[in-house]
Design a protein around this ligand. Structure first.
Ligand code: ES4
Ligand code: ZN
Length: 327
């Protein structure tokens, strides 16, 4: 048997996780039935089949957003988050900083309070029920534009205590970080942490903009940063973490195969790489599957895996005292 098979995946922090991307087919069907929402099939096996073949990011997002119409009530959001936490605990997650996309749900007619109420009820008791420290990052959908981002940000202010930062996701190309400078300034004024997806499909210029104009503390994905040597040096010198999602990159064709994943080049360049699952219900497994995939592909040692896990804790929005509890 290959040596990596005997390597248990390490306890880790998960820093790139869309809570909506954890909706497994069983919850999809249950929520659709109780809320009277139509699905193309009510057979979890048929739905799961639909999950696994995407030409690119947009093809995934189209299926993803259609599925999310089933989420209507606080209970739905509570079950979504609790289901994830149960699976994350089994995958070795000790700390999660998860994105949620409030605009998707508000645009489906769900009150913002039900979305945040359900998610944060599950997250706030995750320590007790699963031994996981869990916090939320409010993510803006970049393809809805800056005005809409500012509107949801203002609407979320009554719930300020329920999230620790802001993020930027959805269709990347054509929606550069520069569009969101103002709302990120508002978030900074509120003392919120800031991250953004950049360099998944967009070029290295998107990563530079996220750093210079949005003040991000981590870069979500960041793969295409490797095309700019000055940028790579800057990220390495500053120790800016990249939240890399290996299986997602293969499923969404950001890389042609795991063998061609830039992870080894990132590590060689001295970048602070972390391993994450992105949308685990869709991309072949949870964070442990992502560790196992890169361990197998690149024959990482126990020390190599431990370094990636250490990076993940180091990259959290937390104090050193908190970190010692998770390690
Ligand atoms: C996403 Cl830009 C992006 N990548 C992966 N999953 C996502 N969910 C929402 N936006
Ligand atoms: Zn993502």
């Amino acid at each position: 048997a290959p040596a990596w098979l005997s390597l248990p995946t390490p306890p880790t922090a998960e820093l790139h996780l869309h809570i909506e991307g954890t909706i497994e087919a069983d919850l999809l069907v249950a929520a659709a039935k109780r809320n009277g929402v139509e699905l193309p099939s009510y057979d979890p096996a048929v739905l799961t089949e639909r999950y696994e073949h995407f030409a690119d990011l947009q093809a995934f997002l189209d299926v993803h957003y259609a599925n999310l119409a089933v989420l209507r009530t606080e209970q739905d959001f509570y079950e979504l988050a609790s289901g994830y936490l149960t699976r994350a605990a089994a995958a070795g997650v000790r700390r999660v900083e998860a994105f949620f996309d409030p605009q998707t749900h508000v645009n489906h007619g769900v009150p913002l309070g039900e979305v945040i109420g359900g998610l944060s009820a599950a997250f706030s008791k995750a320590e007790e029920t699963h031994g996981i420290s869990a916090v939320l990052l409010l993510s803006f959908l970049r393809d809805l534009g800056a005005q809409a981002a500012e509107e949801i940000f203002r609407a979320a202010m009554p719930y300020r205590e329920h999230f620790v930062g802001v993020a930027l996701d959805s269709t990347e190309v054509g929606y550069p970080p520069s569009l969101f400078e103002k709302v990120y300034g508002m978030a900074a004024s509120e003392g919120l942490h800031r991250v953004a997806h950049a360099g998944e499909e967009g070029g290295p210029d998107y990563v530079v903009e996220a750093l210079d104009l949005l003040g991000v503390e981590r870069v979500d994905h960041g793969n295409r940063a490797l095309e700019d040597d000055d940028l790579v040096r800057r990220l390495a010198e500053d120790g800016t973490p990249l939240t890399v999602c290996p299986l997602s990159n293969v499923y969404l064709k950001g890389v042609p195969s795991m063998a061609e994943h830039p992870l080894p080049r990132m590590l060689e360049a001295g970048l602070t790489v972390t391993i994450n699952s992105d949308d685990p219900a869709y991309f072949g497994g949870y964070v442990d599957a992502n560790y196992a995939a890169v361990a197998a592909q690149f024959e990482l040692s126990r020390d190599g895996l431990a370094q990636l896990a250490a990076n993940s804790f180091e990259a959290t929005f937390s104090t050193p005292e908190q970190r010692t509890q998770w390690l």
